[in-house]
Design a protein around this ligand. Structure first.
Ligand code: FAD
Length: 429
């Protein structure tokens, strides 16, 4: 029987993004009384969180059923009263275009095989896409040529209003007495250890301002930034970034596009229903991602991140031409590269740092953790209370055989931001 931590134990959560906020809420709901959350951002959502965004896809297709089942549980939570206002269950178009490489077609087929016979999906959940006409029959607003599009529509999926959901979780944490420290006082620059004989204990972190934050248990939820505090994790985690851009629509145009499903063309990119408040429609480009190597580890570049590679802008424009030609030629606004923490096998790492059981990491999101916001905190609590990671796939790995170059479900060639020859220069055509 594990030695359960006392509900009066002081718990420091460093990083208030998806994993950090979810963990804070779960622990507070379970009666932990002394929870402090640090974040380097000025406010929640932190500008440094990959989740600080208009929206994120919430879908259950994965290359393996372990995550499919977790995602299905999370989708149930997204539809619960607490999260429902931050979730749109509009369906998901997953396709490849005529120019798609075989790898993207294989990924799509694997994703479909994880859900096609799953009992959670009632009859009629899926519609085949054999041509553009099948997409248009489901979403008449998408009247572009979609040349050679093939795939399927999954009606049991949607998207989360990302920043709104993070804010909601943050507010619920505040109501339950969680304290937050933001900015330089919350910006952790080093882990504090106490060593006696052979044992090493984590006693908290030091902040950029010089403030020391002490705690019985420290949980690092630093997303792509994790290797800055725990350099030994760099063998398992590679910070990578992807291009995000937006179209600014008029109120009439927004109205005309309300209700569209999430559209994901595996070789080009994906986009969402426009946001009614701002009129912004978010689009992302698919690629293998961009690293930023500094001294042996890839960590997010500190800037400028408000630009996207030309190749990605081309893909996004092609996606618009294929699906919504009425917006072709429109400037792309709010462009940036967004960082997350890729592992070679896309498995999360939720474990104690070897040799230091009071220091835990909830990391390695691999670009698919936002959808887990409603349930991820449970995994961190299980680790805290069990005193060890019982789920083999989430353990800290010492032996890494694969390369971070070729992730099974990502298309293209991994490059470093310093190798990008052409950053899209203008938001105008
Ligand atoms: C382009 C893009 C698109 C994505 N689309 C999807 C999607 O459609 N669906 C989906 O499920 N997921 C998606 N994701 C992935 C999702 O955003 C991430 O999996 C998720 O945000 C990871 O959560 P996290 O808590 O590990 O990291 P983050 O959410 O990035 O949070 C890390 C936090 O740590 C803080 N921090 C960093 N350094 C420090 C420090 N030294 N001290 C204190 N605080 C610090 C940051 O401010 C931040 O708040 C996407 C990611 C990207 C990049």
């Amino acid at each position: 029987m594990a030695n359960l931590p006392s509900k009066d134990a002081s718990i420091l959560i460093v990083g208030a993004g998806v994993f950090g906020l979810s963990t804070a809420l779960e622990l507070a709901q379970q009666g932990y009384k002394k929870i402090k959350v640090l974040d380097r951002g000025a406010e929640i959502p932190s500008a440094y969180s990959a989740g600080c965004d208009l929206n994120k896809i919430v879908r259950a297709e994965y290359e393996n059923s372990f995550y499919t089942d977790l995602a299905l549980e999370s989708i149930r939570q997204w539809q619960s009263p607490f999260y429902a206002t931050c979730y749109r269950h509009l369906g998901y178009v997953l396709a490849t275009s005529a120019a798609s490489p075989q790898k993207a077609r294989d990924t799509l087929a694997k994703a479909f095989s994880s859900i096609e016979n799953h009992p959670a999906f009632p009859d009629g959940s899926f519609l085949p896409i054999a041509s553009a006409a099948d997409v248009k029959a489901f979403a008449p607003q998408l009247d572009g040529p979609m040349i050679g599009w093939e795939g399927y529509i999954n009606k049991h999926a949607g998207y989360a209003r990302a920043s709104k959901a993070l804010t909601k979780v943050y507010e619920a944490c505040i109501d339950l007495g969680v304290s937050f420290v933001m900015g330089d006082d919350g910006h952790a620059t080093g882990v504090l250890y106490e060593e006696s004989g052979k044992s090493k204990q984590c006693i908290g972190v030091k902040a950029k301002s010089g403030t020391m934050h002490f705690a019985d248990k420290t949980i690092l939820c630093l997303g792509a930034y994790i290797a800055k505090l725990v350099p030994t994790i760099a063998a398992q985690i590679t910070a990578k970034s992807w291009a995000v851009a937006h179209l600014q629509l008029t109120p009439e145009e927004v109205k005309s596009m309300i209700g569209i499903p999430v559209v994901n063309c595996r070789d080009l990119g994906f986009f969402f229903e426009p946001d009614e408040e701002t009129g912004l429609m978010k689009l992302c480009a698919h690629s293998a991602g961009y690293t930023n190597y500094e001294g042996g580890a890839s960590v997010p570049s500190e800037g400028p991140n408000d630009r996207i590679p030309e190749e990605d802008e081309r893909k996004i424009r092609q996606l618009i031409i294929e699906t919504m030609p009425q917006f072709a030629g429109r400037p792309l606004v709010n462009r940036f590269i967004c960082w997350c923490a890729d592992t070679v096998d896309s498995e999360y790492i939720i474990d104690a740092v070897p040799g230091c059981k009071d220091l835990m990491v909830v990391a390695g999101d691999s670009g698919h953790a936002f959808k887990m916001l409603p349930i991820a905190g449970r995994w961190a609590r299980a680790l805290l209370e069990d005193g060890e990671q019982k789920v083999q796939r989430w353990k800290w790995k010492t032996q890494i055989n694969e390369s971070s170059e070729d992730i099974s479900w990502r298309v293209g060639k991994l490059r470093d931001v310093k190798e990008v020859a052409e950053w899209a220069k203008s938001s105008k055509l």
